[in-house]
Design a binder for this molecule. Structure first.
Ligand SMILES: *Cc1c(COP(=O)(O)O)cnc(C)c1O
Length: 417
């Protein structure tokens, strides 16, 4: 259970909305910092260091990345734009992980320039990367295939496009060593939005076992182990957050068995989580602009699937609070919809809510990761602003909303702005 609270009341959010018109995403700085600290604290036992590399794709805003960098996080990138965002925030070297796939050469070049840790997704990319020269440090992404059951979002590992097979992993380290690579890491990511502690411990078990095998079979030392992202968040009120202390305890036990007891050099522990770091601490604030009564009851809000795609894309649940009616009985059953000409443009279907009137502020929870970031401009929809609710209660606009000139910027046609 979690109680789906908000960091603002109706009065505060109305004041904010007077200055910054709805719809907007607003992020809670205090809660983001707290989440970052407790993540690091859970792994303070790691003998040679711990770091989460925030997956930039979750919320690619430099103001957010800067806050996380201040809390000791690095970044995890998989595109040119994400590398440039990290660079602008001052993240480089080992703090910057490049976990891409199907990667174009210019992105490898940029990652190399920034001294990023390149995490190769395929054995053939070794040769590809040799065109620009191999870096001193390399990591490889393992796909455990049938060894591991997948989860709904990422699918079964043997059907996932990512990573190297076990046999290729061994070959890749041997080859990289021959070619002069000096430092090595190992990575896997086999889950997305997973809430089950045992899943992460089992993944760690597989990866630590492989680390031990690689050391034995190739004689190389692995300096860091990256357990990827995928830690889920409690989107539904009845979900429980992942107990990071329990994940840490489970991993520590395996780490002790495979590394400490075997007298291997202890690798630093990395994650590259995005969702769990910012997801619960962002809110899409919309206004009810229409009600419609046909075969079902509809509430139309002034945001759309272009601002939050998860419900339309995955049928994902996002909790909804009607401001000022937090404690009113949920007597109505609504579909809460946007204005796209797409019938899956619905934030909620058959949701029990208190009666909503035009002008009510309707807040959609858990939009701090894969929220605005996944947005798009289909149907000529302009994307929302992003606001930061600072620790002292002040509000900063950290990205303005798009305007029509932005939308038409790539067109050179008379009569368009
Ligand atoms: C998406 C992704 C992440 C982050 O996933 P979260 O669910 O946000 O934790 C990390 N690493 C890679 C390679 C990814 O593709």
């Amino acid at each position: 259970m979690n109680d789906k609270t908000l960091p603002f009341d109706q009065k505060t959010i109305r004041e904010i909305a007077r200055k910054f018109p709805t719809p907007f995403h607003i992020y809670d700085e205090k809660a983001i910092r707290k989440a970052a600290r407790s993540f690091a604290a859970a792994f303070d036992w790691a003998p040679t260091g711990f770091r989460n590399h925030y997956a930039v794709k979750a919320c690619p805003n430099p103001y957010i990345i800067k806050i996380l960098a201040e809390e000791g996080m690095g970044t995890d990138c998989s595109s040119m734009a994400e590398l440039i965002l990290s660079e602008a925030v001052g993240i480089k070297g080992d703090q910057l992980f490049f976990s891409s796939n199907n990667t174009p050469l210019e992105e490898y070049l940029k990652a190399t320039e920034l001294g990023a840790v390149i995490n190769l997704d395929d054995i053939t990319h070794l040769k590809y990367l040799e065109q620009i020269g191999l870096p001193e440090t390399l990591s490889f992404r393992f796909n455990p295939g049938p060894m591991k059951k997948g989860n709904d979002i990422i699918g079964k590992p043997e059907e996932a496009k990512y990573g190297l097979t076990r046999k290729q992993m061994i070959e890749a380290y041997e080859r990289a060593k021959e070619k002069g690579v000096k430092r090595f890491g190992i990575h896997t990511m086999v889950a997305s939005n997973e809430l089950n502690v045992a899943y992460f411990v089992e993944t760690a078990d597989i990866l630590l076992q492989l680390l031990a095998d690689i050391t034995e079979e190739t004689g190389i030392t692995i300096d860091f182990i990256n357990f990827g992202g995928g830690i889920g968040i409690p989107y539904r009120p009845e979900d429980n957050p992942v107990d990071l202390q329990a994940v840490s305890k489970g991993i520590k036990k395996r780490y002790t068995e495979y590394v400490v007891a075997a007298a291997l050099k202890p690798p630093a522990i990395y994650f590259e989580c995005g969702r769990v770091v910012t997801g619960p601490y962002g809110y899409l604030v919309t206004e009810a602009i229409h009600e419609k009564h046909i075969y079902k009851e509809y509430i139309g809000v002034n945001a759309s699937m272009a601002d939050l795609m998860r419900p339309g894309l995955y049928g994902a649940y996002h909790h909804i609070t009607v401001m000022g009616k937090e404690n009113d009985p949920a007597t109505e059953t609504y579909d809460v919809v946007g204005s796209l000409c797409e019938n899956n443009d619905k934030f909620a279907i058959n949701r029990r809510l208190p009666p909503i009137e035009r002008g009510d502020l309707v807040v959609i929870h858990d939009t701090g990761a894969h929220g605005r970031a996944m947005g798009f401009n289909y149907n000529g929809k302009l994307r929302t602003a992003e606001l930061l609710l600072k620790e002292d209660g002040a509000v900063q606009e950290i990205r303005r909303r798009e305007n029509l000139a932005d939308y038409f910027a790539t067109l050179d046609f008379p009569g368009l702005p």
